[in-house]
Design a protein around this ligand. Structure first.
Ligand code: PRP
Ligand code: MN
Ligand code: MG
Length: 179
């Protein structure tokens, strides 16, 4: 376990097991629909990579990078597109892949954007959901784990761009982010 990590909240094995279950559900749901699976960079990249390997129906993939801006926090609700999709979504069944829903602001913006671009359907799969952080009402269609109100890192999730490569979900020692 890395030195900055206080405890492992969800192990690598638990994550891999849950990803397989989500893949099976999505394979059923998207049978015959040729979904466009959209990865929200950067956080979702590891989940995306593992998830698409256990989806057994044909899919297409694209990648989008977004960031909140305004003040120093993301609570502005204004989301800036850093990298847009390469392909049009009109008429497509879109599945957004996120690592975590916290306030819900990033996803509520993305969902509206893709609906306005006339996607045939817009659904969300998130590996982690932190309901305690919500400022807008939003629920994913598929959720891996509901997590407590703690600062977690790993499996794509960062603190100041670090820890994304940890294969498990860890709770960061408070002294790391209170420095
Ligand atoms: C994180 C996370 C989600 C979003 C969730 O991304 O990956 O995309 O925040 O928060 P919200 O529900 O409050 O909008 P972040 O903006 O940190 O960018 P990153 O994915 O590049 O780390
Ligand atoms: Mn993100
Ligand atoms: Mg981040």
């Amino acid at each position: 376990m890395q030195n900055d990590i206080q405890e492992i909240l969800i192990s690598e094995e638990e994550i891999q097991q849950r990803v397989k279950e989500l893949g099976a559900k999505l394979s059923d749901a998207y049978e015959g629909r040729n979904p466009l699976v959209i990865c929200v960079l950067k956080g979702a990249f590891i989940f995306m990579a593992d998830l698409v390997k256990v989806i057994t129906v044909p899919v297409e993939m694209d990648f989008m990078a977004v960031s909140s801006y305004g003040a120093t926090t993301k609570s502005s609700g204004v989301v800036k597109i850093i990298k847009d999709l390469d392909v049009p979504v009109d008429g497509r069944h879109v599945l957004i892949v996120e690592d975590i829903i916290d306030s819900g602001l990033t996803l509520s913006y993305l969902i509206e954007l893709l609906r306005n671009r006339n996607a045939a359907s817009v659904s969300v799969v998130t590996l982690f959901d932190k309901p305690a952080g919500r400022t807008v009402s939003l629920e994913a269609d598929y959720t891996g784990f509901v997590i407590p109100d703690e600062f977690i890192v790993g499996y794509g999730l960062d603190y100041a761009e670090k820890y994304r490569n940890l294969p498990y979900i860890g709770v960061l020692k408070p002294e790391v982010y209170s420095k």
